[in-house]
Design a protein around this ligand. Sequence first.
Ligand SMILES: [Zn+2]
Length: 300
Amino acid sequence: MSAEPAQSWSLTRVRCSSSPLARAWHGCTISLLAGGPGPYAVQVPDWVLAGIGAVAGVLAGSYLTVLAARVPGRENVLHPPGRCPVCGARLRAMDMIPLVGWLRLRGRCRSCHARFGRWYPAVELATGLLFVLMALRFGASPVLPAFWLLAALAVVLTVIDLRYQRLPDLLTLPAYPAALALLGVAALVLPGGGHRFLAALVGLAVAFLLFLLLHVISPAGMGFGDAKLSGVLGLYLGWLGAAALVAGLLGAFLLAAVTGLGLMAAGKATRKSLIPLGPFMLTATLAVITVSGLLPGPAW
Ligand SMILES: [Zn+2]
């Protein structure tokens, strides 16, 4: 009988169906100790996780609307909790419930009747959907919080970039330590996590240097903000491997080019129009992450 390996904490998923649909229904057994399912094994069906993701995503989306409205003007993002952006009237507690609050007010301020804009519920819904998508993609994996962070970042940065044509440092720069910490914790408990974390760091460097180079060559075409975002995306794509990194980076340019040509064909843009690249970078990254989950192999 071979000697038991030194007791090291590791997380393994066993009895996972290879089909994403079957996995969504049955989930996976997660054992918290190396050496197979022991007394610590728990079963978390992915549909339960998706439900948790939906609630967490809509709640996070509600706070993202605050960030999207206040970060570009460098306003306080914590206080006051909810108010009308036009007259400053405070919102009641019931009005701050995600989705429900917007419906109760019918999208208008109680005091000055200013319209709040449909993007408020759209952000809450989109974040909820992306959190569900990530929950189904990764299951009850320790990397899930890291990818929920990316989903939240994608929504708020897309809204701000489309409205103000910039990616605020106040959001992109703190994303580095936050993503590194969450992926780092996952790397500690996942088998082969150290290797993936190193690949993620390489992805960060490759993406940032590539976008920095493009920014230096053509400062008008590629903003420095895009370069600062690219490192975070490279980190996540690198975690999933070199193929994901290449697909994610190329995908951003491809999506932007196709959209630009489409807008030109529709007469809504000219060759000189500047299209913000951030939303395409974020969309391509999330698309590659989602599609890579349909390929055989471990979920993370
Ligand atoms: Zn108002």
